[in-house]
Design a binder for this molecule. Structure first.
Ligand code: ARG
Length: 458
């Protein structure tokens, strides 16, 4: 049958370019399994309300399973007239089981069908995304645990600020991913809402048991309004927004590592597995993996922004514009999943150079500790900040390090300075003083690791 499913009222032919323009099978075939699953549940629903006999139900389900198997084996042959996965599957079903196949779509529309397929598909794929995210957090936590001894400067404005542990920095990114994991899980109840049984827009006149359908398909609830059921795509927007934010976190982490992998910093070296060379400059080893992670974040954000524009101004219920939900969603999903895996690989294989980090720790990053030293001797911080600043300026004018100033130099700045001032100039001690929750001390880094391990165990 070359005929279109909706051909009855038509006499003219579809323009060939219009057919290409209209078709979505090229990309929505990835939902073939969800489409078959939804149709099997709907078949059972029709049988329960007496539209199908038990024998018809059995035959349609067997037919649908056969179609599903063709997709699985890669033997499904699309027909030129197939518009989308829904028409393709129904066409094939009727080829296999005859006119009985024509009963399946009773009371159903592609409008409730496609919304159901998208939700089903996304619910399944989200599991993979979550696994990828967990894998990434896991390698970050393992690394942080092993490399707690590495000290480095912490930066603000990309200027050396205070000493921290390398693990503390890694974990800071892991905590962004922890929030992403939470947020991802929070999307699920709003994706898991069943549109099937909403019909084209005005609900189902055969009073199919939608709670039964929801149970069959593993949905948490049913769409309470049929117009909303067919017209809502907020679940896709939410996933795209989630993806944009998660990719922003990936991008910021990538940026740190790109900077740290320069010869100027030299804190880390990317493994060959995640680097590429230059076609011209033989010495080059470029952090392409990290740059692509940073770059993909723009693309994923674009998918989100583009699709929100598609929705803006649409009238109620289904409009064909909504077919434009697919490519941005599929593209975001593929790239987000891949990005988590690449990021995991990069972190797992990264070569870290603690001696370079140590070399970057100049004494000036202890200027805050110097001010704090005087605070402990009773001077208000606003004054000690000033005194410490003058010590920094003095060392700078002498072209020496802060700890190379003599005791009499310090005493000239303030008479509360005593011999023990030189104990300030110890990076490890500085980090270890930061015992408040959330700090870079060993104990607090261990605490962060424990918190994240707990998250991963759930
Ligand atoms: N391929 C369509 C989509 O992805 C399916 C729904 C078509 N419905 C319709 N009334 N034309 O949105």
């Amino acid at each position: 049958t070359k005929q279109k499913l909706w051909g009855g009222r038509f006499t003219g032919k579809t323009d060939p370019l219009m057919h290409t323009f209209n078709q979505s099978l090229a990309y929505d075939q990835r939902m073939h399994a969800a489409d078959i699953k939804g149709s099997i549940a709907y078949t059972k629903g029709l049988k329960r309300v007496g539209i199908l006999t038990e024998d018809e139900e059995t035959k349609i389900i067997a037919g649908l399973q056969a179609v599903g198997k063709e997709w699985g084996d890669g033997t499904f042959i699309p027909a030129p007239a197939d518009e989308d996965i829904h028409t393709a599957n129904e066409r094939r079903l009727s080829e296999l089981i005859g006119p009985l196949g024509g009963k399946l779509h009773t009371g159903r529309s592609r409008n409730d069908q496609v919304a159901t397929d998208m939700r089903l598909w996304l619910l399944e794929e989200i599991q993979e995304v979550e696994n990828g995210l967990r894998g990434l957090i896991r390698v970050m936590v393992e690394r942080a645990d092993k490399e707690k001894g590495y000290l480095m400067p912490g930066y603000t404005h990309l200027q050396r600020g205070q000493p921290i542990r390398w693990s503390h920095l890694l974990l800071s990114h892991a905590f962004s991913f922890r929030s992403d994991l939470e947020r991802l899980q929070q999307l699920i109840p709003r994706i898991s809402v069943l549109p099937l049984g909403s019909g084209a827009l005005a609900g189902n006149p055969f009073v199919v048991d939608r709670e039964f359908l929801a149970k069959e398909l593993g949905f948490q609830s049913v769409a309470e309004n049929s117009l909303w059921g067919v017209g809502d795509r907020d679940f896709i927007v939410e996933f795209l927004m989630w993806s944009s934010l998660a990719m922003t976190h990936i991008s910021r982490m990538a940026e740190d590592l790109i900077i740290y992998s320069t010869a100027e910093f030299g804190f880390v070296t990317l493994s060959d597995a995640y680097s590429t060379g230059s076609s011209m400059m033989p010495q080059k080893k470029n952090p392409d993996s990290l740059e692509l992670l940073r770059g993909k974040s723009g693309r994923v954000f674009g998918n989100m922004a583009g699709f929100v524009m598609t929705l803006k101004g649409l009238p109620s219920t289904y409009n064909k514009d909504l077919q434009e939900d697919k490519e941005p969603l599929f593209d975001a999903l593929v790239n987000v999943s891949m990005s988590f895996k690449i990021a995991e690989g990069v972190i797992a294989t990264l070569d870290v150079h603690p001696e370079k980090m140590r070399q970057a720790l100049t004494m000036d990053v202890l200027a805050t500790d110097l001010a704090d030293y005087l605070v402990r001797k009773g001077i208000p911080f606003r004054e000690t900040h000033h005194i410490s600043g003058r010590a920094v300026a003095l060392a700078e004018s002498r072209k020496c390090q802060l700890n190379e100033l003599s005791l009499s130099d310090f005493k000239n700045l303030n008479d509360k300075f005593t011999e023990d001032v030189h104990e300030v100039f110890d990076f490890e001690a500085s980090v270890e003083r930061r015992q408040a929750t959330g700090g870079p001390s060993r104990k607090m880094v261990d605490r962060q690791i424990a918190v994240l391990r707990e998250v991963l165990s759930n």
